[in-house]
Design a protein around this ligand. Structure first.
Ligand code: CO
Length: 168
């Protein structure tokens, strides 16, 4: 396993729509192992392949990292959602930036696992939020896109300041 570099907000790969995975190859398995190591060592709860520079529909999630029972999703898709709620979230590609985003509080999602089996998961709370956040990455969407203009502009200013200081 290897720890990968996490691409930060501003990197064009985060704005590229990811391709469907055709086959669970060795490379895909290795990618998910490396993504898990990267996520755990960065203390994130989720990571999508574009965040490590790979435009493929793959993400890893673990909202309870002490237990190390990660969810690895290939070609994930939300199939239903209910009850939108506002909660704070962050992203490893935007370190130390947090904002409240409205998302479904419960969802059902379909995905393929590493054995190539099609699965359905029903999730609520933090896990539901994480799945929606990571699938957004695969569609080139970032959580601050949901914010009102003034809020997003403030965050972009803050990022510019940090870029200037070399802190980004
Ligand atoms: Co993110």
């Amino acid at each position: 396993m290897a720890k990968l570099e996490i691409k930060k907000y501003g990197d064009p790969v985060l704005r590229k729509k990811s391709d469907f995975v055709q086959k669970i190859s060795k490379d895909i398995k290795r990618l998910t192992e490396d993504m898990l190591e990267t996520m755990y060592s960065s203390r994130g709860l989720g990571l999508a392949a574009p965040q490590v520079g790979v435009s493929l529909r793959v993400c890893v999630i673990d909202v309870d990292p002490d237990k190390k029972l990660p969810l690895v999703m290939v070609n994930p898709k939300i199939v239903s959602g209910g009850n939108k709620i506002l909660e704070q979230e962050g992203c490893l590609s935007l370190p130390e930036i947090f904002a409240e985003v409205k998302r479904f509080s419960n969802i059902a999602a379909e995905y393929t696992d590493l054995e190539g089996k099609n699965k359905t998961i029903e999730a609520e709370g933090l896990l539901a939020r994480a799945i929606q956040h990571e699938i957004d990455h695969l569609d080139a969407k970032i959580f601050i896109d949901y914010l009102p203009d003034w809020k997003r502009k403030n965050i972009e200013k803050e990022i510019k300041r940090r870029k200037k200081k070399g802190d980004w």
